[in-house]
Design a protein around this ligand. Structure first.
Ligand code: ATP
Ligand code: ZN
Length: 283
């Protein structure tokens, strides 16, 4: 049994559960409990505050966990990153009052900066040769300048609207974060094996998200031309249409390549192009 810690509630909770579900792992009803055991995979979920997850994974209370990289780096616990999960993307930024004439980091020399991330900020300032007073607060960091607690802040920014409504402007990006799957460095062989199975499934889910299934109708004489445009996995599947002289061509392409080649496909003679989501992909 692998014990996986996830956030009990908050921004990571929903996407973590969604990923686990997409891996085909199901749970019998779990109503606000602290843990729940899967019915078709040897895994148990522990629901915790995100800040506690690195410690629990480090000391082995949990075998693995899903946490924001920002929290992981801030807590600085001895755990391994097993995979990057691509959700909960956000950045940690420095912000100053709108009227602050900010020209560069040197403007922050000897000032007071409020943050919930003293380690990440401290490392960043040290790397850039800036000495500042770091004032650690645990929440509502953005109001610190207006109440005279600090000259600047370092906090998570997503849209920037919270900053704006507090009269602040973003001036430097300190850290980019996404959700990561962490694990205890000395897992027993049987647990490592379960984790590998889980990572395999996560890989298939992530790959499927990056690829699309594409099908189109192509006049037979254009099949070669169209096939050459497609960056296919192996070679496209071609099936005859009932309509004489036409075929249906199916293949899998990367989503980010799709928009670049769509016009080319049309010029080469493809029609009725359909693009479908793929649920899982094992290659
Ligand atoms: P907890 O109650 O578990 O301590 P929290 O209030 O500390 O939760 P959340 O606000 O739920 O934390 O954020 C959890 C994580 O989600 C953050 O550590 C960060 O990695 C990520 N995150 C935060 N804000 C955003 C955002 N605006 N967009 C995307 N991801 C974000
Ligand atoms: Zn937290």
């Amino acid at each position: 049994m692998l014990r996986l810690a996830i956030q009990k509630s908050g921004r990571l909770n929903e996407d973590s559960l969604k990923l686990i579900k997409e891996c085909g792992i199901s749970f019998t009803q779990s109503d606000g409990k602290l843990k729940s055991e899967a019915c078709n995979f040897p895994i148990e979920l522990l629901y915790l505050r995100d800040d506690d997850i690195p410690q629990y994974v480090a000391d082995g209370t949990a075998d693995a966990g899903i946490v924001g990289e920002n929290v992981l780096v801030e807590k600085d616990k001895p755990v391994f990153i097993a995979d990057r999960l691509g959700f909960a993307k956000c950045r940690l930024s420095l912000a100053v009052p709108k009227e602050f004439e900010y020209k560069g980091l040197h403007n922050l020399q000897n000032l007071k900066i409020a943050t919930s991330y003293p380690k990440i900020l401290g490392d960043y300032l040290a790397k850039n040769g800036i000495k500042a007073q770091i004032h650690q607060i645990s929440g509502s960091v953005e109001i610190a300048p207006s109440i005279g607690l600090a000259n600047a802040i370092c906090d998570i920014v997503s849209s920037g609207s919270t900053l704006l409504s507090n009269g602040l402007k973003e001036v430097e990006t300190v850290f980019h974060s996404e959700a990561v799957l962490i694990r205890n460095p000395s897992l027993a062989e049987n647990k490592l094996h379960i984790l590998e199975q889980l990572l395999f499934r996560i890989g298939a889910v992530k790959k499927a998200q990056n690829y699309k299934y594409i099908l189109m109708n192509v006049p037979n004489e254009a099949i070669e031309r169209v096939s050459r445009i497609l960056p296919v996995l192996k070679s496209p599947t071609i099936m005859p249409l009932a309509l004489e002289g036409w075929s249906s061509l199916h293949t899998v392409i990367k989503e980010d390549e799709f928009w670049e080649i769509i016009e080319e496909l049309r010029r080469a003679g493809a029609e009725g192009i359909l693009v479908l989501a793929i649920e899982k992909m094992i290659v």
